[in-house]
Design a binder for this molecule. Sequence first.
Ligand code: UDP
Ligand code: MG
Length: 315
Amino acid sequence: MFISFVIPSYNEEGNIHTMMKALSETMALGGYPYEVLFVDDGSDDKTMDEIRDAIIDYPEVEYISFTRNFGKEAAILAGLEYAKGDAVILMDADLQHPPELIPQLIRGYEEGYDQVIAKRNRKGDSPIRSLLSRAYYWGVNKTIDVELHDGEGDFRLLSRRAVDSLLQLSEGNRFSKGLYSWIGLEQKTISYENVTRQHGETKWSFKQLLNYAVDGIVSFNTKPLRLCFYAGLFSLFLAISYIAISLVGIIRNGVDVPGYFTIISAVLFLGGVQLLSLGIIGEYVGRIYNETKKRPHYLVRRTSAAVKGKPVTHA
Ligand code: UDP
Ligand code: MG
């Protein structure tokens, strides 16, 4: 069994060597052949130099380097496309995914699971962030067709079958968490304590997290559009009832002057519903626009010798 590690790396200077040391120590115990595929996502620090240095010490190291920063999803996709292994282990470069779990992941694979998922708890996260994520997962699982689990991210082992299944999903806007769940297959989960980042800082700002949250909902179904439809129907019903009641009143008692409050509330309420609905429709239209452009997910600047020439399977 040949194992590929796929490690998306964006400005991970200071982490590459520690990461390789930890990986090679762990892998020396198991005796499986492996490659470590770093995907340099357009880093503008010394990450790429460190990867090239690592090749001298560790012949298992391979790399793909992007022409600019395309984001973690693109980096993972590239890694999956280029990985040669019978099993692929996805890991972050920042040592937040403890290498000690690797033997357990591999054991899960040997037991016949196609996805062995490492699930972290939220120790060390701010209470607000934990609360928001809990609310988010609750809400999202009520709306979308696939199930997402808090703490189950990209740290996982995928069998060749799982990798090939993921590569068949060719959407431009990739929301991996949902895709892993969408392909199904035999899954096993292993829990671990959350680790806080040692070097560098997280690349996720609050705004990016918010966008990621919207992606999660909109990428997986069209239920929000249905929600707009019902909201519209509901406000239309309210408006018709109001008009009918007022009409009866006018016929009975003549025209009544005040009405400022009702007008303003109707305008604001309907305006709100319409803007929200337009926004939701816009999300989908935007996605259709992006899909029709059929742009590649990433562009490769350079790769290490062994991965050179491998065709990109996706456009
Ligand atoms: N990453 C990437 N491209 C990006 C942002 C992040 O390849 O545009 C990589 C990063 O180098 C790391 C992993 O994705 O290996 C997770 O990123 P980070 O630690 O910033 O996220 P967090 O752990 O805070 O969720
Ligand atoms: Mg991290």
